[in-house]
Write a new protein. Structure first.
Length: 222
C-alpha cells in the first residue's frame, strides 16, 4: 500500500534468539541459559538451526490474518483519503470561482486559511498511515513473542544451541531448517490470534473541511 512505508521486518525478541549460545558470555540474557543442553558432553559441538522468519510469519494463520486486517484498514484509509480529496477539490474550485467578486485582501485571507487547513488534514492522514504501519509492526513483534517458547522447545529437542535467520546463512543442510516444523506448531498452538482484532485501529472519522464562505458582492455607493 502506497500510504505505508516499507521497513525491514525483524522482531527484537527473535533478534535476541538468533544470538543465543549455550555458553554465552557473562551478562548475556537469561534466556541463553535455557538453550543449554546439560546432558550433552562439554566437548560436543554446538548445533545450529536455521529459521526463515519471514516465511514463518507470512504463511502462519496469525500472519495471514494480520495481512488481511492490514489490507482492510489500508483500503478504508485510501477511501477516506479519496473522499477528503474530493471535498477539498470542490472547495478549492468554489473559492476560485468567487475570486473575481472578492476584494484581493479578503481572498488572500481565505486562500491562506484554506492552504493551512489542507496542510493540517494531510498531516492527520499521514499520521493515520503511520499508526497503521506501527500497528502492523507491533502485531508481528507480538507474533514472535508468542512463538518464542515454541522455538525454544524445538531448540531443546534438536539439541541445538542457536537459531540463525536464513538470510545470514550462505549454505546449510535441509535438515537444520526448522521453519516447516515451527510453522506447524505455531499454527496449532497460536492459531490466528483469537477473537480480538490484531490491529485495534479506531473507526475512521474523516475530517470534514469547512466550506469556504460565499463571497459578498462588492458594495457600491448609491
Amino acid at each position: 500500500m502506497a500510504l505505508l512505508r516499507s521497513r525491514p521486518w525483524l522482531s527484537a525478541t527473535l533478534a535476541v534468539a538468533l544470538m543465543l549460545f549455550a555458553d554465552g558470555p557473562a551478562g548475556a540474557p537469561a534466556l541463553a541459559q535455557q538453550l543449554s543442553a546439560p546432558s550433552a558432553p562439554a566437548s560436543a559441538p554446538e548445533g545450529i538451526l536455521v529459521l526463515n522468519q519471514d516465511r514463518l510469519f507470512s504463511t502462519s494463520l496469525y500472519g495471514a490474518r494480520v495481512q488481511r486486517e492490514l489490507e482492510t484498514a489500508g483500503e478504508r484509509l485510501a477511501a477516506e483519503n479519496r473522499q477528503i480529496e474530493a471535498q477539498l477539490t470542490e472547495e478549492e474550485l468554489r473559492l476560485t470561482e468567487q475570486r473575481p467578486q472578492m476584494d484581493p485582501a479578503a481572498f488572500r485571507v481565505l486562500a491562506e486559511e484554506f492552504d493551512a487547513r489542507v496542510g493540517e488534514i494531510r498531516a492527520a492522514q499521514e499520521a493515520k498511515a503511520q499508526s497503521l504501519s506501527d500497528q502492523a509492526d507491533e502485531a508481528r513483534q507480538r507474533f514472535f513473542e508468542l512463538s518464542f517458547p515454541i522455538l525454544l522447545e524445538l531448540v531443546r529437542e534438536r539439541g541445538a544451541a542457536v537459531i540463525m535467520d536464513n538470510r545470514a546463512v550462505l549454505l546449510s543442510a535441509e535438515s537444520v531448517d526448522i521453519t516447516s516444523d515451527a510453522l506447524a506448531r505455531v499454527n496449532a498452538e497460536i492459531g490466528d490470534g483469537g477473537d480480538a482484532a490484531l490491529l485495534p485501529l479506531p473507526d475512521p472519522s474523516p475530517p470534514l473541511p469547512r466550506p469556504a464562505p460565499e463571497a459578498s458582492p462588492p458594495q457600491t455607493d448609491p
